[in-house]
Design a protein around this ligand. Structure first.
Ligand code: N01
Length: 859
């Protein structure tokens, strides 16, 4: 490239909030030329614009600050637990001054257009000042909540009084003394400003569309123990980087529905007393996954709200009921609910009495006209994508970002967009951003980009672009992550639901800061997986998906890796059993069933235990005999309790989880002989057990799937009992399996090849493993068996043998279906509550059982 057509800058940055400031500092350190364009007259971004009364951060000051410079973090002293907007703005100004950043910022300048120049490998950027600059890289540091939502209420132009918007509050402040004020909006901005405006105005009327959950901030001086954090600030920051929200705190592993009501209330009270929202939704692992669990916290908060408000009608209006708690940003307040006990403050429920229009003198609702001197709009933002799309950004072949995002913000890692080379977003859609401590997430993005640019420079590469494969994989992964949570249930700005016509997708990545950081690190470590690079020496690309399992499976595998447990196969059977029991102990409980009855039945060589689960519906019911997993060595009739409950409810079947003798104490064929004895006994006693005569099926998981499959063959050969259907969940059916699934998934996904070998070694002599009672796939004749559903997971070593068994059954004329679930592992299917992405498979299992029993329902 000649000197004359070399881009003017290495990097063009849009925005001089915290992201822009750190980018400038970082690039200067790296010796790159960078310039930021900022619409405001000064630095600070969101904290420059949002100057409404009561504006504060809802992350504690100690956490909401830069960590990149130890001197900066030590010298700056915050005055309160939650800093006010003026104090945070002063901090941003201090950072700008301390690192002399203003000289690289053009203030009062909006970027209007940015166009990728393929020939020059650079971006040409046009500003509101009529300037055009070129830069090799173009980075959006425009913030997630900076583009206000258009006011979608008619008649605003007619109002003759004063109009204020929280996001662009007059710098000189507003005196509401003696005024009659209307306020629309009860999100964080409304909830923070209402008590202060109402404290000053003559009369205040709040127009609320949706009641929100807010908890008292308990603001004041920083608690000594929190301040002490500064003595170990760097360690504390590192801890924060590996949490879900970017603030150190407890990462709950237990479930709201497994602890007692008393413990729940005590823990919620502690949360309440803390006056902090980052860990509100993570006090229990199921709060954002399970509506019933979520409702325990929501109801606690509702109770608190009701206890503060004196008028019960007002309390009803202000009590949130329309969405699960924490699926919209929870608010932090100071005397918000108490404000409505004042005689000069009213609330209007505009769901019941809608706003018709803004009039010359105030607000007209369906039932009443209100006159105001001033109206305050706290109506929110076109979040996460608004500021990006406010600029005409054109990537390869002139494609506009607006067109590319017509159905939602396609992105890779929330950092890049395929087809938009050398373009980065700080805390863009697809990254944790607004669900995290923003400054921590900003630092992570800036540092990742800086490392990437360094990598490119060292390797002599000029252009980076995400591949479409990586991009669509990440978007799918993000959607799968949000779909397993309660977030999609709220009409929130997270979901794009607050802006009419905006695509309804979950904008932030909801899997948490730590999981996300791992993803970004993994991408870089795998030679920037999913990116194509170009340079003078040609192109290179390591294409692929950074996460191939379902998000909850990934989380489980990461959690297990963190626990650093010894492999089962390194233990004795008793040690392995103890570890298995301990691992099961905190499992979610599964749904309520009509009744649970424990009993015993005659096994092949003595009595064995069973647990019976009866549906809540009127009986008699069909009966399914279930065999637990555990490689014939681990587990018992209670170890798949949650799954049995789930099956009982969804299949509307009595489930009898029958125990069997375990190896190595009782080796092959003890387990299958006991399984057959269980089925014979259940068949003989089916009516006494609450079952319908003749309505009998079998189901089993893993080694239990092996038992269920063998039992069907034994029953056929013995001429009974008649089994209406078999559901085999990732069954062991072939001891000699060396298929691709066995080799590809030999390590890493809970059931490893080494563990499978250990199970076989305990269970059966090598010479006996080809016996159809051990390897039912090897049976010479598979005809005349009950219809089967075989369930497997993509990352299960047993996947291919399950598939082979289904195909062999089908070929033999036994109706058999095989369903392989993408992204699932061996343990996914029975993990009720822990692996929600396998819920569909559980529905399929239940549907198959219902189908087997269909013709047998009593009339
Ligand atoms: O905006 P919002 P915000 N007619 O979208 C209502 C961050 N933040 O500026 O819920 C009537 O939350 C709307 O009603 P509904 C924080 O992340 C942080 O308050 O859509 N009402 C809602 O009540 C926050 O989440 C801090 O039914 C209308 C309100 O206006 C985010 O910014 C402080 C309406 C908008 O609430 C946004 O907060 C402030 C209409 N046509 C903000 N349109 C802290 O750090 C909208 N509404 C503490």
């Amino acid at each position: 490239m000649s000197e004359s057509n070399r881009p003017q800058l290495d990097v063009i940055v849009v925005g001089a909030g915290f992201a822009g400031l750190y980018l400038l500092h970082k690039f200067r350190e790296m010796g790159l030329s960078a310039r930021a364009f900022e619409a405001g007259d000064d630095v600070g971004g969101t904290w420059y614009w949002n100057r409404y009364p009561g504006a504060r951060c809802d992350i504690e000051s100690i956490d909401y600050s830069f960590s990149f410079d130890p001197e900066l973090e030590q010298e700056w002293q915050w005055s309160e637990k939650y800093a006010t907007q003026p104090e945070i703005l002063r901090y941003a100004q201090h950072v700008a001054d301390r690192f002399d950043l203003r000289r690289d910022i053009s203030f009062a300048t909006r970027v209007e257009q940015a166009v990728w120049d393929e020939a020059g490998s650079c971006w040409n950027v046009t500003t509101s000042q009529g300037e055009t600059v070129s830069g090799r890289f173009f980075i959006m540091a425009t913030g997630c909540l900076s583009q206000p939502k258009d006011i979608d209420i008619e008649g605003i132009e007619n109002f003759t009084g004063a109009i204020y918007r929280t996001h662009s509050w007059p710098h000189e402040g507003v005196d509401f003394s003696g005024k009659t004020v209307g306020i629309i909006g009860t999100g964080s901005s409304g909830i923070q400003s209402i008590p202060l405006i109402a404290g000053q105005a003559d009369h205040t009327t709040v127009f609320q569309r949706t009641a929100n959950y807010s908890i008292p901030a308990g603001n004041g001086p920083i608690a000594p123990e929190k301040l002490a954090v500064k003595q170990r600030y760097q360690d504390y920051r590192e801890e924060a980087r590996w949490t879900s929200v970017g603030v150190p705190g407890k990462q709950a592993m237990d479930f709201a529905l497994t602890v007692s009501e008393e413990e729940r209330q005590q823990r919620y009270q502690e949360l309440w007393d803390k006056g902090a929202i980052p860990h509100l939704g993570s006090e229990f692992a199921d709060l954002l996954l399970d509506e019933k669990a979520n409702d325990t916290l929501a109801e606690f908060v509702r109770g608190k709200i009701r206890s503060v408000i004196e008028d019960s009608e007002v309390a009803d209006i202000l009590t949130p009921t329309e969405f699960p708690i924490c699926t919209k940003r929870a608010c932090l307040d100071t005397h918000y609910y108490q404000t409505f006990n004042k005689p000069n403050v009213d609330i209007v429920d505009i769901k019941r009495n809608p706003i018709v229009s803004i009039t010359a003198t105030g607000i007209a609702t369906k039932e009443q006209n209100f006159d105001f001197d001033a109206i305050v709009f706290a109506t929110g933002f076109d979040a996460m994508t608004g500021a990006l799309l406010a600029i005409d950004i054109r990537g390869r072949e002139g494609q506009s970002l607006k067109d590319k995002w017509a159905h939602g913000p396609l992105n890779y890692l929330g950092l890049t967009v395929s087809g938009f080379p050398n373009f980065f977003m700080i805390t863009g859609p697809g990254s944790p951003s607004v669900l995290s401590n923003m400054i921590l997430s900003i630092e992570q993005h800036v540092e990742w980009i800086a490392d990437c640019l360094e990598h490119m420079s060292k390797a002599g590469l000029d252009v980076i672009d995400a591949t479409e494969t990586a991009e669509s994989g990440w978007v799918e992964y993000g959607t799968a992550t949000s779909d397993m949570t309660l977030f999609p249930q709220a009409k929130s700005w997270y979901m794009g639901a607050n802006v009419p016509g905006k695509p309804r997708v979950c904008l932030p990545y909801v899997g948490g800061v730590a999981a996300y950081r791992r993803v970004c690190n993994d991408v870089a470590a795998q030679d920037y997986l999913g990116f194509r690079f170009d340079g003078p020496d040609g192109s290179r690309c390591n294409d692929g998906l950074v996460r191939r399992q379902q998000p909850d499976v990934v989380a489980l595998l990461e959690m297990l890796a963190d626990l650093e447990l010894p492999p089962f196969e390194s233990l004795s059977p008793d040690e392995a059993r103890a570890m298995s029991v301990a691992m099961n102990a905190g499992n979610p409980p599964g749904p309520q069933v009509g009744a649970v009855v424990d009993g015993s039945f005659p096994g092949a060589d003595g009595a064995l235990d069973y647990r019976l689960y009866r549906p809540d519906s009127p009986g008699p019911h069909p009966v399914t005999v279930y065999f637990h997993g555990g490689g014939w060595v681990l587990g018992d009739h209670t170890s798949d309790d949650a799954f049995c409950r789930d099956l009982c409810v969804n299949a509307d079947s009595v489930i009898i989880s029958a125990n069997y003798r375990h190896a190595p104490e009782a080796r092959f064929p003890a387990a299958v002989d006991d399984g057959f004895a269980a089925v014979q006994w259940v068949s003989d006693n089916i009516e006494t057990l609450g079952g319908m005569r003749g309505a009998l099926a079998v189901c089993g998981w893993s080694a239990g799937g092996n038992i269920a499959a063998v039992v069907c063959q034994l029953a056929r050969d013995a001429g009974g009992p008649e089994i209406k259907g078999q559901v085999l969940i990732t069954p062991v059916v072939d001891a000699g399996d060396d298929s691709p699934s066995m080799t590809d998934n030999a390590e890493g996904f809970v059931l490893t090849k080494a563990l499978m070998d250990w199970f076989w070694d305990h269970y059966a002599d090598p010479s006996k493993r080809a016996d159809p009672k051990a390897s039912p796939l090897l049976a010479p004749d598979l005809s005349g068996l009950p219809p089967a559903l075989v369930i497997t997971g993509e990352f299960d070593p047993l996947r291919d043998q399950g598939k082979a068994y289904a195909e062999a059954l089908d070929a033999a004329g036994t109706g058999a279906r095989h369903i392989n679930y993408p992204g699932q592992i061996h343990t996914s299917f029975t993990a009720v509550g822990a692996i929600p992405t396998a819920n569909g498979s559980r529905q399929d299992i239940a549907a198959a059982l219902r189908q087997y029993f269909k013709a047998l329902e009593p009339v």
